[in-house]
Design a binder for this molecule. Structure first.
Ligand code: CMC
Length: 431
């Protein structure tokens, strides 16, 4: 981080005192004011929701929300979605550079040879109710991985951090597919190393011991693209959760389980599931106008619209929109009523002053749910697939944080507005 000879001077105590705070430059995006020395004024800064706070320094992902730009390690998402596959993207996020062919070959080999999970994990699943939500199982099973993989846990060593990263990236599709199979009473399918990352996931979801699953290349590519688009997104809520959990030195499986828990919320990764539920509730194009009235009256939100950072079209949404058309074309579903309904909502929202004034545009989840649904993936699995894709982002950030020699435990302060000191009252004297 470069520190220029520029400061922001803050005066306080009615102008009697002042503090100089350095301004730090990034390579892209806004500068930040370094407030680390601010506590010596005897005050804290107050920023719930981190609306104006950079929580860390990072070299992984850059977003310009106003321009609608997203770069992984400097590469625009559009170029990666077009030219790279998911495992190349994973390599880029973890190591900072795109792999050569040799490096990619080795990486693919390592990832595909870590996809099996400990057999005991299958028994672990049996403790869940059959109607458990896949995300409930994902949180539990991922957290439990630390009980199964107890070697290579000295995370001060680069090698041990890499082993944790491989294990998580490789095993997450296996675990996600197991969640689906378990709720449907289907036997777990072992991974197949001859398939791509995405095709192997579809095999574990849809094959049976009696029938193989032949992946359709258009659908395989669509899933791979969903994986690329969801691989990382800077300091979003779940990534910040993983960083905060990891800042105490917690093991990466537990940290990623915390990230999955955070991702589950409908304001974050649960949005693609919420989009499909919303479409089901609206039911028909003729109900769109009434639904929109409710949105403006703030009785409900238009799910899949709006973003904390993007105040322009989410660049991932533009790519997913195209993928949506490709998949529906391939499957002959252009006239699918749910898709038509989504397009009607999109059109109205993009032209409505309520959305224009608030800079609310479709986000990636508005379209990814429709694509996943067309791939035959049930709605309850959508967020689990998001978690599977985002695992690489989480481990890359965890790795970046742990390797930073200046890393400290994350410990925010607060504005306390509770009771002042008062005397304890014995129970028989309380009214
Ligand atoms: N539908 C209707 N109104 C909305 C919506 C929406 N989807 N999103 C924001 N608004 C309104 C909000 O009511 C507020 O209006 P006003 O200024 O009159 O009070 C204004 O727009 C600003 O919204 P905000 O809630 O202050 O914005 P935020 O940055 O805190 O929230 C968000 C961002 C994503 C949580 C929110 O837009 C939302 O809940 N969207 C729907 C859920 C969704 O699609 N989430 C997926 C996000 S993309 C996936 C990911 O990266 O995790």
């Amino acid at each position: 981080m470069e520190e220029k000879n520029r400061n922001v001077t803050l005066t306080y105590n009615e102008g009697q005192d002042a503090i100089d705070l350095p301004v730090l430059d990034g390579t892209l995006g806004p500068n930040v004011v370094d407030i680390r020395s601010f506590a010596k004024t005897g005050m804290f800064t107050f920023d719930p929701g981190f609306l104006a706070t950079a929580s860390c320094e990072s070299k992984i992902t850059f977003i310009d929300g106003d321009l609608g730009q997203l770069y992984y390690r400097g590469y625009p998402i559009e170029e990666l979605a077009e030219g790279a596959d998911y495992l190349e993207t994973c390599y880029l996020l973890i190591y900072g550079e795109l792999p050569t062919s040799e490096q990619k070959k080795e990486f693919v080999y390592i990832v595909s040879h870590h996809t099996m999970v400990h057999e005991q994990l299958a028994a672990f699943f049996k403790g869940f109710r059959r109607d458990s939500h896949p995300m409930a199982m994902m949180v539990g099973v991922t957290g439990a991985l630390s009980a199964f993989y107890q070697d290579s846990m000295d995370y001060t060593k680069e090698n041990d951090r890499s082993v944790a990263a491989y294990r998580l990236i490789s095993k997450m599709p296996t675990i996600a597919a197991m969640c689906y199979r378990y709720t449907n009473g289907l036997p777990f399918m072992y991974p197949r190393n001859d398939l791509s990352y995405s095709a192997n996931f579809m095999h574990m979801m849809f094959a049976t011991p009696c029938e193989t699953y032949e992946p359709n290349p258009v659908l395989e590519r669509a899933l791979d693209r969903i994986m690329i688009l969801h691989a990382d997104h800077e300091q979003n809520a779940s990534t910040s959760t993983v960083r905060l959990a990891g800042s105490s030195g917690a093991n990466p499986f537990a940290c990623v389980a915390a990230g999955i828990a955070c991702l589950w919320g409908p304001a974050h990764g649960g949005a693609n599931e919420a989009v499909l539920k919303m479409l089901d509730e609206i039911g028909d194009v003729s109900n769109v106008a009434a639904f929109m009235e409710g949105v403006k009256a703030k009785t409900h939100k238009l799910m899949g619209f709006g973003h904390r950072v993007y105040k322009n079209m989410d660049p991932r949404a533009s790519i997913m929109r195209r993928t949506c058309y490709e998949v529906l074309d391939e499957l002959g579903l252009q006239d699918d009523p749910q898709f038509k309904l989504a397009m009607a909502l999109e059109k109205i929202a993009l032209e409505d002053p309520y959305f224009i004034e608030r800079k609310l545009y479709p986000n990636v989840d508005f379209y990814s749910g429709i694509v996943l649904s067309a791939l035959g993936i049930p709605v309850s699995m959508f967020t689990a697939i998001f978690a599977m894709a985002r695992t690489v982002g989480w481990v890359s950030h965890w790795n970046e944080m742990i390797s930073d020699p200046h890393q400290k435990i994350g410990r925010p302060r607060q504005l306390y507005t509770g009771a002042q000191r008062r005397a304890f009252m014995p129970i028989d004297q309380r009214k």
